[in-house]
Design a protein around this ligand. Structure first.
Ligand SMILES: [Zn+2]
Length: 303
C-alpha cells in the first residue's frame, strides 16, 4: 500500500501557535518503523489547473501571492508566509497521488490531508485548499470515477466539502461530528449526524452503522471513496469533545473498511490535536493498520 507525505514542507508558525505541526513527520517516522511494508512517498505540489476546478481563481491567487486579508488569515488560523502556498499545494498533491494509487491498487493514504473546512473562495479551520474536493473533481474530469462518496468522521463538520458539493448528485457527503464543535455555522452535507459531547462509544458506533446503511441506500455503488479518519473524536484530543476510546476508533475504522469493501478508497488522517503526541500517533497508527489490513484483504495478497 502506498502512503503519501508532505512534511518536507515545514509549516512556519509563530512561537506558541497551538497547531501541532510536528505530528506529520512524527507519524511518518512511526509508520516507517512499525509498518515497514508501507510504501511511503513524498508528495508533489498539486497543479494549479486541478486546484482551479474547485477554487475560485481570485482566492487561489491571494493564497499564492500573499495578498490574503488579515481576516482571511485569521479564518484559516495560520498567518501567511511564503511556505503556506507551497505546503497547501503539497497537501493536496498527496491526496491527488493517493487517489491515483487507490484507483490502481484499491486503497492508499495521505498522512495528512482531509482539509474539509476549505470552501471554494475561502479557507478556514487550518485548511487552505480542499484536497478531497480537488481530487474528486480531477477523478471525475478524467473519467476515472463518476460517483464519489465522502465519509467524513473527523470530529468537526465537513462544512467546506458540503458547500462545494451542495446540489451535486454525483458526490455524496456524509459527516458525523460533534454538534457543539467548530464550525459553528455548519453547511448541509448529503447526510449529517450531529452528536452530543461525550456521546459514548456504543452510541457513536450505533450512529455510524445507521449512517452507513442510509448512505448505501441513498447512494449505492460509488466508484471512489474518501475516508477522513480524523483522530480528534478520541478522548485524548483537546478539541474533540466526543471522548471516544481507542477501541471505539478501531471499531470505527474496521466498520468503514468493511462497508467500503473493494471500492477504491483514499484514507486521509485529517484532524488530531493531542495533549500527548504519542496518544495521537497510537490512534493514527491503528487507522493505518486497519487500512493496511483492508488493502491486503481486498487484493487477496498474503499478509
Ligand atoms: Zn477535526
Amino acid at each position: 500500500m502506498q502512503a503519501f507525505f508532505f512534511d518536507q514542507q515545514p509549516l512556519l508558525l509563530p512561537p506558541g501557535h497551538r497547531f501541532p505541526h510536528h505530528k506529520y513527520a512524527a507519524l511518518r517516522e512511526r509508520l516507517q518503523r512499525t509498518l515497514p511494508g508501507l510504501r511511503l512517498q513524498p508528495a508533489r505540489a498539486a497543479p494549479l489547473p486541478d486546484l482551479l476546478r474547485v477554487h475560485g481563481p481570485d482566492y487561489v491567487q491571494r493564497v499564492m501571492d500573499g495578498s490574503l486579508s488579515s481576516a482571511e488569515q485569521r479564518e484559516i488560523g495560520f498567518p501567511w508566509n511564503p511556505g503556506m502556498p507551497v505546503r497547501a499545494r503539497h497537501s493536496v498533491g498527496a491526496t491527488l497521488a493517493a487517489t491515483d494509487a487507490a484507483l490502481q491498487e484499491g486503497l492508499a493514504m495521505n498522512l495528512g490531508g482531509g482539509t474539509h473546512h476549505a470552501g471554494r473562495d475561502a479557507g478556514g479551520g487550518y485548511c487552505v485548499f480542499n484536497d478531497v474536493a480537488v481530487a474528486a473533481r480531477r477523478a471525475q474530469a478524467r473519467g476515472d470515477a463518476a460517483r464519489v462518496l465522502v465519509i467524513d468522521l473527523d470530529v468537526h463538520q465537513g462544512n467546506g466539502t458540503a458547500a462545494i458539493f451542495a446540489g451535486d448528485p454525483t458526490v455524496f457527503t456524509l459527516s458525523l461530528h460533534g454538534a457543539k464543535n467548530f464550525p459553528f455555522r455548519k453547511q448541509p452535507s448529503s447526510l449529517d449526524v450531529d452528536l452530543p459531547d461525550a456521546c459514548g462509544d456504543a452510541a457513536y458506533l450505533d450512529a455510524l452503522d445507521r449512517a452507513l446503511a442510509e448512505a448505501a441506500r441513498r447512494f449505492p455503488a460509488p466508484d471512489l471513496a474518501f475516508y477522513l479518519a480524523g483522530a480528534d473524536p478520541h478522548e485524548g484530543d483537546r478539541l474533540g469533545r466526543l471522548k471516544l476510546s481507542s477501541a471505539a476508533l478501531a471499531a470505527r475504522d474496521a466498520r468503514v473498511f468493511e462497508f467500503l469493501d473493494r471500492v477504491p478508497t483514499v484514507m486521509l488522517m485529517a484532524g488530531g490535536y493531542p495533549t500527548e503526541l504519542a496518544a495521537l500517533l497510537d490512534v493514527q497508527q491503528a487507522s493505518a493498520l486497519a487500512a493496511w489490513a483492508a488493502w491486503t484483504r481486498w487484493n487477496n495478497a498474503p499478509p
